[in-house]
Design a protein around this ligand. Sequence first.
Ligand code: PMP
Length: 409
Amino acid sequence: MFEVQQVRADFPILSQEVFGHPLVYLDNAATMQMPEPVLQTVVNHYHADNANVHRGIHALSERSTRALETARERVRAFVNAKSADEIVFTSGTTGSLNMLADMWFGSGCADGAVVTTMMEHHANFVPWQQACLKHGCDFLGAPLDEKGDLDMGELENLLSCHDVSLLAVTHVSNVLGTVNPIGEIVAMAHAHGVKVAVDAAQSIRHEVVDVQALDCDFLAFSGHKMGGPTGIGVLYGKMAELERLRPVRFGGEMVGDVRVAGTTFERAPLRFEAGTPNYIGAIGLAAAMDYLDNLDRAEVGKYEHELLAYAEERLAGIDGLSFLGNPEKRAGCLSFTVEGAHPFDVATLADKLGVALRSGNQCAQPLLYEAYDAHNITRLSPAFYNTYDEIDVAVNVLHRVIARIRSVS
Ligand code: PMP
């Protein structure tokens, strides 16, 4: 049985008032809060072991280096990669995907188009679009069906009718909450000789992400979406793929021999980590993975799923509210529009009553502007530390603020 109150005790930030109201934090798809054990790990490292990694031979440097490499092994185990050498530390999902897009084209891997989908976050859309523009390759967006799920038939058409080198696809949509059938999509792409980069920013906390089971070629995610620190993320790549990639960021630690005549580079993953890596971030990320694994993830998943379903049911009772998408499987968030109430007004007034929601385009303009005609939406995204009572508070607050907005417009 999942004990939400016990878990909440690990997140003291939640026990505060905002504008005189108890905080109800429902913006977890943007950033999840860090539990105490993760904060303590970070503080302890600064207190006791802090020194630059890989460079020194003194005790603190060795401790820091060991902690970083232990963290790499921890990440390997979390996503079930074959080798810790397949784990590249980056600044986050955006950092991972930008670097990959640059490397993909800079390494002679790409001799064809890149396909992405209309439900991507800008982080898995714009880097590929810009790289395609620079290298004169086609850039294509797979459409959604009328329910808001990926149109698998159209996706297969794109993969088979064009000379495609890579598919960039999200595991879970940050707007619709749609959980895409990534294993099936990867198999389809591979059948057409297309490599696959998965944006796991939203799935990494909700789903058990097993890169070997998914068989994806690359996968990217961020620490701050799973209870880890901000400024740290991961680019996973199958070793055979990483070995083909030329680094695009240069500096200390990623090199072998450096001469005027030329430079040789380290093996993966170090050759992709120029400069001082965010080793404290990596150590905190590993602690967040320990924290999640110490909870029963199946129980947590079940609780989150039921909480989201409850929120959907309660929100559906609000007059004039419509959800975006009606996916077969949803995780993490609910996005909606409300007749006669602009999302900015809804989220601003809800905040004044203690409820943290997100409004705007959620960095998904292709989805909102082209697939839907909704330029802005409100998003509610619970985490496993939220309670049914908090959902009730949020729904009551929404009733109030929507009535107020309608009364003055
Ligand atoms: N992809 C998805 C699906 C996301 O939800 C986000 C964060 N909103 C990102 C990418 C970008 O993550 P970050 O800002 O941590 O780089």
